[in-house]
Ligand binder design. Structure first.
Ligand SMILES: [Zn+2]
Length: 192
């Protein structure tokens, strides 16, 4: 631990981004790292956020691990692959946190649970008040709302009615909704 004379480190801001359906297409239970591609607009959007001093933290539910459909090593390989893809845009994700459990396990890390956000905030010294979440599902919005994050919903076109139903069922609303990641990133910068 640091001594008493050490200055307190100022907390940083972050954007918590969802993975499947947000950074990359939602390929159900993706087990093939080679298939991991970033969605259009994500590379430029992440670079823009980094230029404005946001740490980029990906928080993702990966119940395929708990279901035995793929291994944690495959999850790590997909994350390495995503960062390789993002390097073409001079962008990258600083850290990935994933929940390997199934909903039936009732863990606290599966979104809308906030355990992974809290762990990331502790490890990266993140201030939720100046941070945001970008995701395609109601669980992202709900987790963000619990923590006081600025919440940006980017629903996939094919899931718009499903997501609208989820939001109404959970009784949550995003601060803003945008059609693509690039405009979502701009919304984070302007907080609206
Ligand atoms: Zn979990």
């Amino acid at each position: 631990m640091s001594g008493s004379s050490a200055p307190a480190q100022p907390k940083r801001r972050a954007v918590f981004v969802d993975r499947d359906g947000t950074l990359m297409p939602d390929l159900h239970y993706l087990g093939n790292p080679e298939a991991a591609e970033v969605t259009r607009g994500v590379g430029d959007g992440l670079r823009l956020l980094r230029q404005h001093d946001y740490a980029i933290i990906c928080i993702t539910n990966q119940s395929g691990v708990g279901r035995g459909l793929f291994t944690e090593e495959t999850v790590h390989a997909i994350h390495r692959r995503l960062n390789e893809r993002l390097s073409a845009y001079r962008a990258h994700v600083d850290a990935f946190y994933y929940c390997p459990h199934t909903p039936e396990q009732n863990c606290e890390c599966r979104k809308p649970g906030t355990a992974l956000f809290l762990r990331a905030a502790a490890e990266w010294s993140i201030d939720f008040r100046t941070s945001a979440v970008i995701g395609d599902r109601a669980a992202d919005v709900e987790a963000g709302a619990r923590l006081g994050l600025f919440t940006v919903l980017v629903p996939e076109v094919a899931h718009e009615s499903l997501v609208a139903a989820e939001l109404s069922q959970r009784g949550v609303r995003p601060d803003v909704e945008r059609a693509d990641f690039g405009t979502a990133a701009t919304a984070v910068l302007h907080r609206g």
